[in-house]
Design a protein around this ligand. Structure first.
Ligand code: SAH
Ligand code: SF4
Ligand code: F3S
Length: 477
């Protein structure tokens, strides 16, 4: 009998229920027929998108290794190829579709090859229909809410040789105790919450990641303690909106309390991504300023400097409220570096609106920014707006904005010229084993020479400050 597809549904993805998410803690157990499915076989994962997705890939890799699969860096050697996808902008999707096209010839050469797709594109109703119609080489599609079902789904695709599609539109339980295989031995991502309830009018994430659910504090703290014991030097707490951590668990200052407890564990570097400007409360700022191991880098997404556009974006702050929280953080956290996200060309953004964005950049003098041209996402409210701004105007705006960002990036980096900074060593350059790279507490990329080991925190003297990186040399102690 042919198995039935479980396809995503736009309306169901939009819905929010009052039900509290349950936490599943029982160990992830594999039955004996599934446990050995991967023995002698290789997997290849390519990840697109944000840290949440990269961390999901670490879970997927963990599950596959539990099933006996081994990782490979070569597509040709893989028995399972998985693209863990991102739907945030059209160009992200185009990259994946292009890659799926390229994989067709591998599938032709090896009909037993399994091509799988997961992540945010898999959560889109229209996209899965396109895959079914135009990309027959894809054997398995699963979403962001059912990663724990991967063994069963893979079994079906590999042994029963049936195209398998299982995408749940509604978020389910929080599954603790999934295995993961971390990519890095000294820096780790730690989820604190899943999903997003903000529904910014341009954004697909609330539909692809479901309702906002916080992990329980003790689970997060246990994970950070384990990481510390394993020698990790840095954790980054992850959530689409970290400042609303714990609201669903009826905690009043959830994020501030969590951050403080994480800092107290004493891991050398603590970071978090992404705070939502108007939810950044004084308590959280206080905790950031008090603990030296909470790194002085704040990513504070602006999106636009125009109040009219912010309102249309359904961002829950205006430019004044943004400035207020920015000023508070700047005053409290010494030497804090600021980065941001900005969208240009939101439907009908006028020159005047764009000017307001530039003014805000002049005010905040960001250390760096991720800047994007608005991309229409089917099913979001902004997609229904008729837009009168031509693409070339949007492109020009992006260039003007990027030039301004580069100017301030360079200006901010000059304060590090000849200074001594602490760098967590990420790795050696492939070309020259005496050239290393790593990041300062302010998230400045440093390329440096000297004798050191990956994973160490070392003092580095800066010899040259450039716009987007610093050069330096290790100080022998
Ligand atoms: N939760 C985070 C960001 C997630 S997406 C936050 O609110 O900051 C990362 C960034 O992608 C966003 O900050 C936004 O600047 C950009 N983005 C999201 N949807 C977009 C779209 N439809 N077009 C262009 N950029 C978009
Ligand atoms: Fe998207 Fe807004 Fe949620 Fe960020 S806060 S993920 S931009 S809806
Ligand atoms: Fe992309 Fe999904 Fe992250 S859309 S940015 S991978 S939450």
């Amino acid at each position: 009998m042919k198995n039935e597809y479980i396809l995503p549904n736009k309306e169901a993805a939009r819905r929010r229920t009052k039900e509290e998410s349950q936490v599943k803690r029982e160990l992830f157990a594999l039955s004996s027929d599934i446990k050995d499915l991967g023995i002698g076989k290789n997997y290849f994962i390519r990840t697109y998108g944000c840290q949440a997705n990269f961390h999901d890939s670490e879970v997927i890799a963990g599950i596959l290794e539990d099933m006996g699969f081994k990782s490979t860096d070569h597509l040709e050697e893989a028995d399972v190829i998985l693209l863990n996808t991102c739907a945030i902008r059209q160009n992200a999707e185009e990259k994946v579709l292009g890659e799926l096209g390229n994989l067709k010839k591998l599938k032709r050469a090896n009909p037993d090859l399994i091509i799988a797709m997961s992540g945010c594109m898999a959560q889109e109703e229209g996209m899965v229909k396109t895959i079914l119609m135009k990309y027959p080489q894809v054997d398995l599609v699963f979403g962001t809410h059912n990663i724990y079902n991967l063994p069963k789904l893979l079994y079906q695709a590999m042994l029963a040789k049936e195209k398998t599609i299982e995408v749940f539109s509604k978020e389910g339980d929080i599954v603790e105790s999934l295995p993961y295989k971390r990519d890095n031995r000294h820096k780790a991502w730690v989820n604190i919450s899943y999903g997003c309830d903000k529904f910014c009018s341009y954004c697909i994430v609330p539909y692809t990641r479901g309702k906002e659910r916080s992990r329980h504090m003790e689970d997060i703290l246990d994970e950070v303690k384990e990481l510390k014991e394993a020698g990790y030097k840095e954790v980054t707490l992850l959530g689409q909106n970290v400042n609303s951590y714990g609201l669903d668990l009826k905690m009043e200052h959830g994020f501030a309390d969590l951050l403080e407890e994480v800092a107290k564990i004493g891991i050398p570097r603590v970071r978090f991504m992404t705070p939502y400007p108007s939810n950044f409360d004084d308590e959280a700022i206080e905790v950031c300023s008090h603990y030296k191991n909470i790194m002085p880098t704040i990513h504070l997404p602006l999106q636009s400097g125009s109040d009219k556009i912010l309102f249309k974006m359904n961002r829950r702050y205006d430019s004044e409220a943004y400035r207020t929280v920015f000023d508070k953080i700047k005053a409290k956290i010494e030497g804090c570096a600021f980065t941001t996200d900005i969208i240009v060309g939101f439907p009908n953004e006028s020159d005047e609106d764009f000017k307001k964005t530039l003014e805000m950049v002049d005010y905040c003098k960001y250390d760096n920014a991720y800047t994007f041209i608005y991309s229409k996402r089917e099913g979001t409210p902004a997609a229904a707006i008729e837009d009168h701004i031509p693409m070339h105007v949007k492109e020009e705006r992006l260039q003007i904005l990027n030039a301004k960002i580069a100017h301030y990036a360079n200006l901010n980096n000059q304060r590090f010229q000849d200074q001594i900074v602490e760098v967590l060593v990420d790795g050696a350059s492939k070309r020259d084993k005496n050239v290393f790279s790593g990041y300062t507490p302010e998230s400045k990329l440093v390329n440096f020479t000297g004798d050191c080991k990956v994973g160490e925190i070392r003092k580095v003297q800066i010899t040259k400050a450039k716009s987007f990186s610093l050069d330096g040399k290790v100080i022998e102690e």
